[in-house]
Design a protein around this ligand. Structure first.
Ligand code: HEC
Length: 489
């Protein structure tokens, strides 16, 4: 038994106060009306798809991921950040906003007008477990210059997080962002394996990731350039040492910021030497994007920590991680913008793209998906399984590709994945080989230690980890959500 605490599902008083005061209105996932998709899906159905991986069942998993994406990107009818009718996911509060809600509500009662912040987390993943408690450095500039100029594609990336209303209510009811409350869960537990109560099956968390187009730094006054993802690289000693960050990607993609519509384009400038040409230059309508206006300028300045950001600049959605508690080890899928969505590069594939439902339309249909609801294939039991079979590699080019071997550590020891068919052991050492579920299985905290660099187990790459791994002794398991470790105070 991982958890024997009584869990509270009731909406807190705070949520009621919030809706009355209209600070934000988080919208639950709508039903997109896709045949074969529903949310939450039954755990037994999902486990059957995972454990009996026929062509049809694997397609059902892919469709489930696309169904989540369709409903996350559906227009919510709500206004957030001064923008009308934003996508559903953008109405969700971030973990730090949820943690700070009591203060916000109090301010509102006193007549204050606090603005929602976009609450950026600049990829704290990279600094975790590093000795100095320094904020992560800005990403390296690209090594490539664009077509006979000194301009470089923009390697900056901005990471946010969101909890759906069910996850928010559960986190609030159980006070999960309080170190004292986490300590209480630890103290009330028994044995070596102790956990927070587990989230309800309809809990969803996201990690939306953006680029910011600054009018001040456009090519020829109107063209934005960013690195183009070339697909999963072969792992070299250089990639083990430095990861494969955007600054090393060889190609460019361009956006003509004067074109608000969509294009039919599908190519990239493979070495940035051609420059912006019709085939490789996209319209803003090919992206989910948000204009920065005088109304939301302050919020986006907070997001980018850049006071120079001005009305007229544009925030573009590049990627999003999504996890849901429909199964005990959560479902894991990730999306990234891609030039040719019918034939995206690894870690996505044309096969995954083939399951896209007709209901997925417009800019949201310009994104690729990578997906994996298991650590190894064939799937193993949650406890007592073996790290054997084939690896299930799932990562996002914009979020994990720059993880070098330094990011990963032990315990639990990286035992690799032994394949009895080939008699070989696969050993992942970098982000471009990683698996979401493996790394999130280590989401833990020692609540008595407020130092985020030292109070959790290290990050793992890609192998099978049993839910009763002996390394968990002395740690509180966080039901796979790392954001609790990063947000709790
Ligand atoms: C190397 C470890 C690692 C890997 C691999 C990883 N994550 Fe995470 N993830 C984190 C950490 C740490 C956070 C907390 C936010 C932060 O610090 O940036 C996080 C946050 C998240 C969140 C926000 C909610 C939460 O607390 O979990 C989601 C959703 C998420 N990741 C999904 C994914 C998906 C999907 C994948 C695979 C495509 C993935 N992650 C791969 C470490 C990892």
């Amino acid at each position: 038994m991982l958890c024997k605490y009584k869990t509270k599902f009731a909406w807190s008083l705070m949520a009621m106060t919030l809706s009355t005061l209209a600070y934000s209105k988080p919208v639950p996932l709508p039903d997109p009306g896709i045949q074969g998709y529903r949310f939450p899906e039954k755990k037994n159905t999902l486990m059957h798809w995972i454990n009996a991986p026929t062509f049809k069942n694997t397609r059902s998993i892919h469709l489930h991921g696309w169904g989540l994406w369709t409903s996350l990107t559906t227009a919510s009818g709500e206004t957030e950040f001064g923008l009308a009718n934003v996508p559903v996911y953008l109405t969700w509060l971030s973990p730090s906003e949820i943690r700070d809600l009591p203060k916000v509500v109090q301010g509102l009662e006193n007549g204050a007008q606090p603005v929602r912040t976009f609450a950026i987390d600049r990829a704290r993943q990279h600094t975790h477990r590093f000795k100095e408690n320094t904020p992560p450095a800005a990403p390296a500039p690209s090594k490539i210059s664009i077509a006979d100029s000194s301009e470089k594609p923009d390697t900056n990336i901005y990471v946010t997080m969101g909890y759906n209303p069910a996850a928010q209510a559960f986190a609030t009811a159980n006070n999960l962002f309080s170190l004292a409350a986490l300590q209480k869960f630890y103290d009330e537990g028994t044995g070596d394996i102790r956990s927070i109560p587990t989230f309800p099956i309809n809990a969803v968390a996201t990690k939306p990731t953006y680029k910011v187009i600054r009018q001040a730094s456009l090519l020829k006054g109107s063209v934005y350039a960013m690195p183009a993802w070339p697909g999963t690289p072969a792992v070299t000693p250089a990639i083990q040492k430095n990861g494969f960050p955007e600054s090393d990607w060889p190609g460019c993609v361009y956006i003509n910021t004067r074109n608000l519509g969509a294009t039919q384009n599908s190519s990239i400038d493979a070495n940035c030497k051609v420059g912006p040409k019709p085939g490789n230059t996209y319209g803003l309508g090919d992206f989910i994007y948000y204009p920065i206006t005088t109304a939301n300028q302050t919020q986006f300045q907070l997001l980018t920590k850049d006071k120079a950001l001005a009305a007229g600049d544009i925030v573009v959605l590049m990627a999003m991680h999504v996890t849901s508690r429909e199964i005990d080890e959560w479902t894991w899928q990730t999306y990234f913008w891609t030039p040719n969505p019918a034939h995206p590069p690894l870690p996505s594939s044309s096969t995954i793209a083939q399951s896209r439902p007709a209901k997925l339309k417009g800019a949201a249909a310009h994104y690729a998906m990578a997906i994996g609801y298991q650590m190894v294939a064939p799937n193993q039991a949650i406890t007592g399984g073996k790290s054997v079979g084939r690896p299930v590699t799932v990562y996002n080019p914009y979020l994990e590709s720059d993880f070098s071997a330094n990011v990963f550590d032990a315990p639990p020891e990286n035992i690799g994945i032994y394949n009895p068919a080939t008699n070989k052991t696969f050993k992942a050492t970098t982000g471009v080989q990683s698996n979401c579920m493996t790394c999130h299985s280590s989401a833990t905290i020692v609540p008595s230690d407020p130092n985020q660099q030292t109070n959790a187990l290290p990050y793992l790459s890609n192998f099978y980890v049993s839910r009763d791994n002996p390394s968990y002794k002395g740690y509180l398991l966080l039901d796979f959500l790392w954001s609790i470790q990063g947000t709790a105070k």
